[in-house]
Design a protein around this ligand. Structure first.
Ligand SMILES: *Cc1c(COP(=O)(O)O)cnc(C)c1O
Length: 350
């Protein structure tokens, strides 16, 4: 019998399981964790090689001023409305640690990003999961009725790809007593963002990342946008030096190169349309997506078998073995060549 080194809640926890990450150099077509298929901006790479040794010798700027100014210039919010984190996962963690505990529940529609549940469990907070409708209509009334200390809405959502209508978000913001966190990890690929709601409502936090739209998942840089009074509470919880000097410099350069990002996003959106059409031609159901991935259901055959057979051929897609998702696959939009390889493998399997 193992000795009880851990809190009972940790022993009981099934840890968050990230998508498979093959070793660099493996000949894998990786369409499973929604990375951008295109390299980060050349200006970001230049910022990386220009980094002075002195920037590494010293502790980083705890307020990441260089990066916050870039956010301010690009998104038109004041710098003191921006809180940086070690990826947006860090932002989500900070919010939950600041707001949730036993008797202060965390609420979200499901299926959505699984990390919300894991982080809530670590805080011993109840996570109230309210199912989406069949075609992902937001269960608005039930979300309001649950009155979470924090309510998370990922929009566009993963793994569905749909964007939650602005009017629903506005209604939630006005009817919730607690925080409304709008996780906009995929906003760069969407038709619309909810950024304005952070300025309109003092209980709204917008969470963004450079992992998806900017092709910088390896950098680990995300940020929150909310009013400074709200951020003051979050600052108490965060680590002072969670964002390193490399991320600050590279992230600022990437953010300032909007032309490059817009070009990558346009390619992904174009190829998302092509991939969706080609999957439909193979009789897959494809849900509307405003992200860089597609949720899809094969008409014949079994999603898990297809996932496994693709993996045999070095093509990784995401399969979720859970009710409501176990007949579907989530496929990241790759380069035209990667998408073509997927599409030539599928007919033999589906
Ligand atoms: C990828 C993703 C994140 C995490 O992004 P990082 O900034 O890489 O931590 C957060 N939320 C959702 C919905 C995501 O899909």
């Amino acid at each position: 019998m193992a000795r009880p080194y851990f809190r009972p809640s940790i022993d009981a926890l099934v840890g968050y399981k990230p998508g498979e990450q093959p070793k660099p150099g493996e000949p894998i077509i990786k369409l499973n964790t929604n990375e951008n298929p295109y390299s980060p901006s050349p200006k970001a790479i230049a910022a990386l090689s220009d980094l002075a040794p002195e920037a590494l010798r010293r502790y980083p700027d705890p307020y990441a001023s260089l990066f916050r100014r870039a956010v301010s210039d690009v998104l038109g919010v004041p710098p003191d409305w921006v809180l940086v984190g070690n990826g947006s996962d860090d932002i989500l963690n900070i919010i939950i640690r600041a707001c949730a505990e036993p008797s202060r529940p965390v609420v979200y529609p499901s299926p959505t990003y699984v990390l919300y549940r894991t982080l809530s469990q670590l805080q011993l907070a109840e996570s109230v999961e309210i199912p989406y409708g069949e075609d992902f209509q937001l269960p608005l009334e039930a979300l309001v009725a649950a009155q979470g200390a924090v309510t998370f809405i990922a929009t566009p959502n993963s793994p569905s790809g749909h964007r939650v209508p602005h009017s629903d978000l506005r209604q939630l913001a006005s009817q919730l007593e607690g925080l409304l966190v709008i996780d906009e990890a995929y906003a760069d690929f969407a038709e619309e963002t909810a950024l304005a709601l952070a300025q309109e409502f003092d209980n709204v936090v917008i969470s963004r990342t450079l992992s998806k739209g900017y092709g910088l998942a390896g950098l680990r840089l995300g940020f929150a946008i909310a009013n400074p009074a709200l951020l003051t509470g979050l600052y108490k919880v965060r680590d002072s030096y969670s964002v390193d000097a490399v991320a600050i410099a590279v992230g600022a350069a990437a953010l300032r190169d909007q032309a490059y990002k817009d070009d990558c996003i346009a390619k992904v959106r174009r190829d998302r349309g092509h991939l969706a059409q080609a999957l439909q031609d193979l009789n897959f159901k494809v849900w509307p997506s405003e992200t860089n991935f597609l949720l899809t259901r094969p008409s014949r055959g079994n999603a898990e078998a297809i996932y496994l057979a693709l993996k045999q051929q070095n093509i990784l897609v995401r399969y979720f073995k859970q009710p409501g998702l176990d007949d579907k696959l989530r496929i990241t939009v790759g380069t035209p060549e990667q998408n073509a390889a997927l599409l030539s493998a599928l007919p033999a399997l589906a």
